[in-house]
Design a protein around this ligand. Structure first.
Ligand code: CA
Length: 221
């Protein structure tokens, strides 16, 4: 199991990391909001343990950013005992559960197991289009039953298009969906992902709607 720990309190982070690693987890640790956003764009985790008070932005922002990209990775937020509004805000922003500081490692393990179990039981429908199947629960794509290897960004681009089959998705919507609202990217980056997807899945799979964006399926050009 891979976990991202986002926590700026070094002593707490070290203790949590040591405890998790002793129990067989692999842990990446970042200490500020910017680093958390960046690493979450490129790395899939089984769970995120997220402190809310962080340098460089709030944990809530990190969480909103993740959910805005339809990323359903289970998130457990760490809150202070007296911050009830943080807890409510965190759950509203899409956290799966929270744990109150100071906490025992046993409680942390129990809560992590629970949020991961629940997320695995979540029904996420498999998306299909012309022989392409995208399974969000497994992050797996097949084309005519052959497995297709996609980068994280190609995968997100494809998912956004498949979720909106028959409709035009603008470049801005794709950028927002892939990078969240904080992203600043090269203007041709989306075109590169589209090019790669066409190469891997067939040229006709994605239609360019000039001046607007891209579309899978539907009539006309
Ligand atoms: Ca903190």
């Amino acid at each position: 199991m891979n976990l991202l720990l986002v926590e700026d309190d070094e002593m707490l982070a070290e203790a949590v990391r040591a405890g998790l690693e002793q129990n067989g987890w692999r842990v990446d640790w970042v200490a500020d909001a910017g680093a958390a956003r960046t690493i979450l764009v490129d790395h899939p985790y089984d769970a995120v343990l997220l402190d809310l008070g962080l340098p460089g932005g709030s944990g809530l922002g990190v969480l909103s950013n993740l959910r805005a990209r339809y990323d359903a990775t289970p998130v457990l937020i760490i809150t202070a005992r007296d911050k009830l509004t943080d807890r409510i805000g965190g759950l509203d922003a899409g956290a799966d559960d929270y744990i109150v500081k100071p906490f025992q490692l046993d409680e942390l393990f129990a809560r992590l197991r629970a949020v991961i179990r629940r997320s695995q039981g979540r029904v996420s429908p498999v998306l299909t289009f012309n022989g392409i199947k995208l399974d969000p629960a497994q992050r797996r794509v097949t084309h005519r039953d052959e497995s297709v290897a996609l980068s994280v960004h190609e995968y997100r681009t494809l998912m956004l298009l498949m979720e909106r089959q028959g409709r035009v998705v603008t470049r801005e919507q794709l950028e927002e969906g892939i990078y969240g609202s904080s992203g600043t990217i090269e203007s041709n980056t989306i075109a590169v992902y589209i090019h790669q997807l066409r190469r891997k899945l067939g040229e006709e799979t994605i239609v360019t709607v000039h001046g607007f964006g891209y579309r899978m399926g539907g009539n006309g050009a």
